[in-house]
Design a protein around this ligand. Sequence first.
Ligand SMILES: Cc1cc2nc3c(=O)[nH]c(=O)nc-3n(C[C@H](O)[C@H](O)[C@H](O)COP(=O)(O)OP(=O)(O)OC[C@H]3O[C@@H](n4cnc5c(N)ncnc54)[C@H](O)[C@@H]3O)c2cc1C
Length: 393
Amino acid sequence: MKNFDCVVIGGGMIGAASAVALANLGLKIGLVELSPCHEFSAQSSFDLRVSAISVATQQLLEQLDAWHSLSQKRLCPYSRLGVWETELSYTEFDAQKIEQPILGHIVENKLIQLSLWEVISSNNNITTFCPDTLKAFTQNTEQVIVELESQTITAKLLIAADGANSKVRALANIGVTGWDYNQSAMLINVETQLPQQNITWQQFYETGPVAMLPLSGESELGGYASLVWYHQKSEIKRLSSLSNHQLEEQIMDNFPTRLGKIKVIDKGTFPLTRKHANSYQKGRVLLLGDSAHTINPMAGQGVNIGFKDVKALQQIVAKAIGNGESWSDIHVLARYEKQRRNDNLMMMTTMDMLYSSFSHPSTIVKVARNIGLMLANHSGAIKNKALAYACGL
Ligand SMILES: Cc1cc2nc3c(=O)[nH]c(=O)nc-3n(C[C@H](O)[C@H](O)[C@H](O)COP(=O)(O)OP(=O)(O)OC[C@H]3O[C@@H](n4cnc5c(N)ncnc54)[C@H](O)[C@@H]3O)c2cc1C
């Protein structure tokens, strides 16, 4: 039977980053993932799932040696962020105001994952099990016995990085608090005629926001972008049944004119759920990323807070090793939840307040939120503080 210091279930962005972060501290890692990553070429089609990656996440990916390879693939830096409900309340956040060259990058999820797996393939401390999956596990005071489809392995620590419907979380009997939002999201990759690659923007409607995230590269029409259309579930269902041409017409009618002419190249729908695990720890099991928390994606923070989980765990284990403590002692592992729960909860609550405020139909609330945006636009210090927080600085 193979024995590891740590077994990570799920090799998505967060699982792969956790494996590298802990392997770099000298720990022997087993990484279990259902589906192998696909190779990348400049001709590869864009992933529908893209993320707005904060400066803090970039710094972590640099530390894990994945950033260089990612930057050689495809990513789009942006330095401005526009939000508004009515044109009068248009508010723009600018990287220059917080003395940063950029606010972040729009990156395809599959490329972040692939770049981390490239690092993993040359790391002797990581053994991959892929394609493979978790069947069951048991734990005692010393170790976790992990039964995979292919074989049984053991570890001092089991990390759940298997996403929003985490099997590890269910097997550990950790409940979640949460709900489905009334809205769904449609992600639409498009060619764009207007060049607007240095800005990402979002206009709020009572039915949900519409957003534009720039993608890199040159298309027949000009550039590329990822559009996000939040709306009631029934409307998203109707939109997803349309042909690309019919959808283009709907986008032209419903998105702000600053989008310009577009051509749809791919589309898909995603449910919006909020889930927070009632605990991030059960003995020798820790939850990271979406297995611990899924939040409303309207401000693009979901995977960024997952990467903060990874960084926190890496620092806690490093500090314990440095102090001569047993890093796998469950009291040491408990420091992870202590450090991360409140920060994650604050981000989740902020997103829920934004969601409730902007979907409220009352005229008074509408006037108040537009005045709020206008005030925010003119209150330099508060605006810059909020911006720095969103960038993870
Ligand atoms: C519409 C939408 C837009 C979003 N936009 C943004 C954004 O702009 N910025 C941002 O920061 N976040 C965004 N998010 C959130 C972000 O996508 C998630 O937070 C992120 O994908 C979570 O990463 P993860 O690695 O924790 O989980 P996942 O990405 O779900 O990865 C889980 C991995 O585990 C594997 N797995 C699952 N079960 C098993 C098993 N039993 N055995 C082995 N492997 C298993 C899966 O194959 C997968 O590779 C968005 C989310 C949505 C829905």
